[in-house]
Design a protein around this ligand. Structure first.
Ligand code: ZN
Length: 139
């Protein structure tokens, strides 16, 4: 008999860049209960100097980047009921390979994830420069 093994690790949230097909970023675990947001005040801009690859002289907004938000949700009895995920990303982050990398890095393939919403087109929809890399800005 085959026993299904669930991935019991917790999903993570945070922000990232994709540089040379690798993810570089911050991530923290999101527990099912008593979650406290730990990224307060940390942004792409103010962490870039400490995260960027050695010798890199590009500004923080040069490479494609994005953010993963993980929300635990509860039923009417306050019982944990699953995670909702929102992923905001540069519009050039759209291949399945990129999505798989993000899902893997943030451990978003756990069984109790109910929903993943990808938001890659904020620029078109809102007319804002949210998460647009050097390449996208120069198109
Ligand atoms: Zn881009």
């Amino acid at each position: 008999m085959i026993k299904l093994v669930e991935n019991m690790a917790l999903p993570r949230e945070g922000f990232f860049w994709i540089i040379d097909n690798k993810i570089i970023g911050y991530s923290i675990e999101v527990p099912q209960y008593n979650y406290e947001y730990q990224l307060e005040g940390k942004t792409h801009q103010n962490t870039w100097e400490s995260i960027k690859p050695d010798g890199c002289d590009k500004p923080f907004d040069y490479y494609p980047r994005g953010r993963v938000m993980v929300d635990p949700t509860y039923d009417n009895d306050n019982k944990f009921d699953g995670y909702y995920i929102m992923i905001f990303a540069d519009e050039c982050i759209k291949t399945q390979q990129h999505k798989d990398m993000i899902i893997d890095y943030y451990n978003l393939d756990v069984s109790n994830i109910k929903f993943i919403k990808w938001m890659n087109n904020l620029k078109q929809r809102a007319g804002i420069e949210h998460y647009s890399c050097h390449g996208c800005r120069n198109k």
